[in-house]
Design a protein around this ligand. Structure first.
Ligand SMILES: Nc1ncnc2c1ncn2[C@@H]1O[C@H](COP(=O)(O)OP(=O)(O)O)[C@@H](O)[C@H]1O
Ligand SMILES: [Mg+2]
Length: 442
């Protein structure tokens, strides 16, 4: 290597000094120079050369050290780079110009198969769009980008870049017989499934909300037209239509109120409420506000709360709102004449946070909810029976609001239902922790 050459090819200073002394001694012997000047010249030349020699060695040693460090850094960098690639949470593939996979990090091996290193890439990466992009880059394009969805156990959508990396070693070795490829191709894949799902949900939400608002609005417009046209002067019909129009308008207001609360709760979902909230008065308040429905359906609400129940940490209005939504569901969907039970009791661990909490259950006796619907009930506008829900004045947003309030409170929501028997919804909220010092704010 070059470092070795520098030291070996360095001229030796000692022999030159000896040469000068011998030369001067020769000149003195042949009588050309006197002894004293010869001695002085020899001493000056010797000291000068001695000084040059020291400087020279210091410089050479420094250069040698620097080169050694650089060499060992380069030696250490290769495995480090491999480790970085291995630790990156996105599939990465390194391919040579003959389409052979030279390297693949762990996510890539998990996605395409463990044995792909050393094999032809098209045996493992079968997506036609990815192979087409690879073809373009092999033929000289510097980079190709694409989006592809790969179906495995679950469908995942990837944003993929296929880029050509020229091999500098190939260029510097061009004068020799080189085995280095002229370039490599790097395929890097970024999972964007969550982003796409969120976009789809947003678009669905706007479409659903518009549809929910449009239906009552169309009905109101229809009645106005009828009252202005065929039913003009028909007082009995007009009275009936006005009643329906009022009901439809109220539905729109309810819908807008629910949409507004949902967006308000979502806005500060990262801020956990800090107040101390007593549950018993809230449960009593909810029961009192739903008294008209209880009367109408000949039902009863039973409240079961232990004597000394610790307060929970939360926002009293939001806790009231979610208990109201759940109790109103129980009253709407349970059998006529049945009893709805609201109960609260301490629990040692809330599943997500592990904190101590209070579990509040709302239990009804009714037809229940088929199990296949349970996982989707908290989606916005999701209903088991949309027509029935609408007839009962539902917006399809009640449980979505409950889910958001629970998660803002760092609580837990559980819905269990037995067909033909009834449903129990349980919410666990953390016990009030007292006021803690705000963290890392002056
Ligand atoms: N206690 C219950 N018993 C039976 N079905 C229920 C119960 N609670 C909720 N559901 C079902 O879940 C759906 C979603 O509830 P929710 O979000 O409150 O909307 P809404 O009550 O406005 O329809 C309801 O349409 C209903 O089909
Ligand atoms: Mg509801």
């Amino acid at each position: 290597m070059s470092t070795g050459k520098i030291i070996e090819s360095g001229f030796r200073i000692l022999p030159i000094q000896i040469l000068v002394v011998v030369l001067l001694f020769g000149l003195h012997l042949s009588g050309l120079v006197d002894a004293l000047p010869a001695l002085i010249i020899a001493a000056v030349v010797g000291i000068a050369f001695f000084w040059i020699d020291r400087r020279y060695r210091i410089v050479v040693n420094r250069l040698t050290d620097a080169l050694k460090t650089a060499r060992s850094a380069r030696r250490n960098l290769a495995p480090l780079r491999a480790k970085i690639a291995e630790g990156i949470d996105a599939p990465l593939l390194l391919i040579d110009p003959l389409r052979k996979v030279l390297d693949a990090n762990r996510p890539a091996r998990t996605l395409f198969g463990n044995n792909l290193i050393g094999r032809d890439v098209s045996l493992y990466v079968r997506h036609p769009d990815i192979l087409e992009a690879l073809g373009k880059v092999m033929q000289g394009a510097p980079i190709a980008r694409l989006e592809a969805s790969l179906t495995g156990a679950v469908e995942r959508i990837f944003s993929i870049s296929v880029s050509r990396v020229d091999n500098s070693r190939h260029a510097s070795d061009s004068d020799r017989e080189s085995t280095e490829p002229a370039f490599y191709v790097v395929i890097s894949m970024h999972d964007i499934t969550k982003m796409r799902v969120a976009e789809r949900m947003r678009a669905d939400f706007v479409a659903n909300a518009s549809h929910e608002l449009r239906t009552p609005l169309s009905s109101v417009i229809g009645f106005i037209e009828t009252m202005n046209g065929p039913a003009k002067g028909d007082e009995a019909a007009q009275e009936r239509f006005l009643g329906i129009m009022e009901e439809e308008s109220r539905r729109m207001v309810r819908l807008i109120d629910d949409l507004l609360s949902l967006s308000r709760i979502e806005l500060d979902k990262h801020v956990q409420p800090k107040s101390s909230v007593q549950l018993e008065p809230i449960l009593k308040g909810v029961a009192a506000s739903l008294e008209p429905t209880v009367q109408k359906r000949h039902m009863a609400i039973n409240i079961l709360v232990p004597d000394s129940l610790e307060p929970v940490q939360g926002d009293a209005d939001q806790i009231h709102q979610m208990l109201q939504n759940l109790t109103s569901n129980a009253l709407k969907y349970a059998y006529e004449g049945s009893t709805v039970t609201l109960s609260a009791q301490p629990v040692e661990r809330i599943p997500e946070s592990g904190q101590r909490g209070i579990a509040i259950s709302i239990t009804d006796h009714g037809p229940g909810i088929p199990p296949e619907h349970l996982p989707r009930l908290t989606e916005r506008f999701y209903r088991v029976d949309a027509a029935r829900s609408r007839k009962l004045g539902g917006t399809g947003l009640g449980l979505a609001i409950v889910k958001h309030i629970v998660s803002r409170h760092r609580g837990h929501l559980d819905i269990r239902s037995i067909l033909g028997k009834g449903t129990t919804v349980t919410i666990s909220l953390p016990i009030y922790q007292g006021l803690r010092e705000p963290e890392d704010h002056p």
